[in-house]
Design a protein around this ligand. Structure first.
Ligand code: AMP
Length: 320
């Protein structure tokens, strides 16, 4: 059998020290940030080249977690000052998150510099950061095969023009449901995804949290439920880990076509489910291929009706 195709992924995004309170407890100054959740999740599938900035206070343990996952840290800069700090609290049923603090620190003067060795990474993920910085990454990369971006409500509100410029230059885009509605003004998510597609990306992925995900190409829509969990501890970073699982699996797929994307969405779902089971990156920092495969099989099984393989089970109904 031929060895599976795997391509490295360049990720640029935030690296943070997060303080998070949920009904299940609290963590302070924990490893977080969009690029971190993405990189750890994707590292189970392929080589990840990380670009980001940390301050002098960034703990060695953070570096150890990334190194153990084999993440390439050549593009990690340590600047004088403190690491980007973010803090948030979830309400009783996780339906709302209140951001308590966003302190940019070393992020304030950060401009991504892509090391020469990373510039030809075939896959590029522009994790959630200011779209101006995402655009700076686009200027430095050389002939990527696939560019995917993520964003957040802040940039839709305050950097809309720059974000639209980035969207016009990417192949795929991730949004959560609220963001998709916010940027398009469409309440219906199928319509919202189609409207985002008109901004540029040929494939749009809308994350609906515990209600799963939908992917639209304009011509086709694929919809997948979330992995059913009986306890969520901390949903922070689930979207970024979802993207990491998705793009990592796509990097191992024979083709980045509709089938490859659908299968990769299942892996995204699996990585997101591990993320929300623990605080910070606890749930994903030391997974095994076996645990990932087991949950993938179980996710498939959740939607399968025993004995009906190959038979859609459509009743033939009497004429009325
Ligand atoms: P999510 O749960 O997908 O919204 O991602 C949460 C992560 O995003 C946390 O680890 C934060 O450190 C990071 N984050 C929060 N606000 C920002 C921001 N303005 N820019 C970049 N990253 C952020």
């Amino acid at each position: 059998m031929p060895a599976p195709r795997t391509v490295p992924i360049l990720v640029v995004g935030s690296i943070a020290l997060d303080t998070v309170r949920s009904p299940h407890g609290e963590v302070r100054g924990a490893l977080g940030g969009s690029a971190i959740y993405f990189a750890i999740a994707a590292s189970y599938f392929t080589r990840v080249n990380l670009v980001g900035v940390v301050g002098e206070d960034f703990p060695d343990e953070g570096i150890r977690i990334l190194t153990r996952r084999g993440v390439n840290l050549e593009g990690l800069t340590r600047a004088s000052g403190k690491t980007f700090a973010w803090s948030a609290a979830y309400n009783e049923d996780f339906s709302e998150r209140t951001t308590l603090e966003t302190t940019l620190n070393v992020f304030e003067t950060f401009h991504p510099r892509i090391p020469a060795a990373y510039r030809r990474s075939p896959y590029v993920f522009l994790a959630n950061i200011n779209p101006e910085l995402q655009a700076e990454v686009l200027e430095q990369i050389e002939r990527p095969r696939l560019v995917v971006c993520d964003t957040m409500n802040l940039w839709i509100d305050f950097q809309r023009a720059e974000l639209l410029r980035v969207l016009s230059r990417v192949d795929m885009a991730f949004f959560n449901a609220d963001e998709a509605r916010q940027i398009t003004g469409e309440h219906n998510l199928i319509r919202a995804a189609a409207a985002i597609k008109r901004f540029g990306p040929r494939r749009v992925i809308v994350k609906k949290g515990e209600h799963g995900v939908l992917m639209s190409t304009g011509r086709s829509v694929f919809s997948l439920p979330a992995y059913p969990l009986d306890e969520v501890r901390d949903p922070t970073g689930a979207g970024d880990a979802f993207a990491g699982g998705f793009l990592g699996a796509l990097a191992r797929s024979p083709r980045a076509d509709e089938d490859g994307c659908r299968r990769s969405l299942l892996y995204g779902t699996v990585l997101a489910s591990f993320t929300v089971e623990g605080f910070g990156v606890e749930g994903i920092k030391s997974l095994t291929p076996r645990a990932i495969a087991k949950r993938y099989a179980s996710l498939v099984d959740h939607a399968r009706i025993p004995g009906q393989d190959g038979d859609l089970g459509v009743f033939s109904l009497p004429d009325s």
